[in-house]
Design a protein around this ligand. Sequence first.
Ligand SMILES: O=C(O)c1ccc(O)c(O)c1
Ligand SMILES: [Mg+2]
Length: 625
Amino acid sequence: MTPTPASPNAIATVSISGTLEDKLRAAAAAGFRAVEIFDTDFVASALSAEEVKALLDQLGLTCVLYQPLRDFEGMPEPYRTRAFARARQKFAVMRTLGCDRLLLCSNCAPQSLGDRERIVADLRDLGDLAADHGVTVGYEALAWGRHVDDHRTVWDIVQAVDHPHIGILLDSFHSLSRRIPSESIRAIDPAKLVFVQLADAPLLDMDYLYWSRHFRNLPGQGGLDLTGYVAEILRIGYDGPLSLEIFNDRFRANSAEMVARDGLRALDALRDAAARKLGRTPAMPARATIERVEFVEFAVADADRADLAAMLGSAGFDRIGTHRSKRVELWRAGAANFVLNFEPDGFAEAYRVTHGTAICAIGLVVTDGPATIARARALGMAEHPSDMPAMPALRGVAGSLVYVIDAEAATTLWQDEFVIDPGAPGGAPLAVTAIDHLAATVTNDEFLSWQLYWRALFDVEVQTPQDVIDPNGLVQSQAIRGRNGTFRITLNSTDARNALSARFLDQSFGAGFQHIALAVADMDEAAAVLAKRGLEPLPIPANYHDDVSARFGLSPDEDARARRYGILIDEEGPGRRYRQLYSRAFLRTFFFEYVERRGYDGYGAPNATIRLTAQNRFRPAPPPD
Ligand SMILES: O=C(O)c1ccc(O)c(O)c1
Ligand SMILES: [Mg+2]
């Protein structure tokens, strides 16, 4: 096989948006040294092969694969003759591009005969032609190939062809979408493994072709076992490129630079996971364990100060401390800490100028703070200068901060920074036991980027993505949870201009945390305390309670309290119950939710439409024409 050039990380031009020049520039800017050029990108380009080669050189890129050659093998005449003419033309382009690997994908044409002897003979002839041009061909099984749709079949054929210029190409999407066991890779001779393409995908029950061409995503953004796949590939001794080949509608409409940068991060995280699986020395510290959300910080405009204080008071919080040197207050309800930042300059001020009064940061207690920061650095995540040595900060995807608090430093965090009033009630008697989850509303563009951020840095798992029906459009929701369940975040995004999450993006000028869910031990008690404190709950219609009371067989007492306080209920099975109560939104932006979990792991997805419809009733009237 041909020796492997330069960098082992590559990206296919089909993965990113723009013209061929845009794609190459974005790949290089992100730090890639190698690309696959997608045939259509080249054919559609006004640049000659010589000009593309000059641009590659200028950008320090090598074209490590040209792809694909389609509908080639096992054709009757006159298609066979034409297929060889096409191959010759591609070899000529590749010579100019300085590219010595060609991807041949399995035939999908209705005319293809599927006769194995014929396929073997065609590939052998193609091998001779490739040898003349100094090219090696990697044969790839498309999951929807007409006669060949499984990499094990490709490997059988490649062995039968037995030609030094014909090998196998593996693509994780085609193998894993068909649930082909990754152990089957062990049968492959690494010297015959020409190239490896990687893509993840959400677990959808969908036609392979449509799934592949629209929903592929970066490793760590979907539900396929990329780690197991790559571990098998590295185990057999493959040391060629790992290349991202992502067909994704969001990526086509997105910033090429962002996708390319995320791509490199995804590959680094994947190599780390595979090395760990193989018991090899990892290149970075392990994914970090989040022990809890220690605090949520609000950047507060002076004009909103009194209203926010009133709202927090009704929401069960009390001010318990003031910062020793800054215009910062600490509010508490049981185990939930809110930091209110009124500083006239610095990060919170900058955030407030952009977004208005909003959640500008969260503080996470992790088991090993320094290792978390080291991993973030290895993944190219930006740090934000922090004036608190015990609490370094990382930039979140949409510009808010994630403070990283080492578990040991967390014990003295509040006393060190704040003067705490020992007599302050701290929210009692409302027994908030934890910050249950953070709900982020993100732009459609960044929905996958946020997922990668959390999954690459932290030891979390994704739950099944949910389609939520807002009265004004579809919202996609992805829940992410730490393995111990002590950290939960949901990411929500929509295309629908009038959906609540879209209005939040407008209102707060960008993505951010739209609501905070507080865990309570007993919803009935909590609801009564909140009512006394004057919380304005989100009104829930009687129709809902008629339905839920019948569905879950509520006792007259339970039924009456649910109606009185506007409590929403869901069950994951007998006795595994979730009860939720929502506040009204503060300044039409963020709001709070109280949740009681009894052996329940979800987020009340069946109630989301009820809640969104209720919130929709408070929409401002559209401006007059
Ligand atoms: O969808 C396709 O046509 C296509 C083309 C080339 C590939 O490598 C692939 O995985 C899919
Ligand atoms: Mg492929």
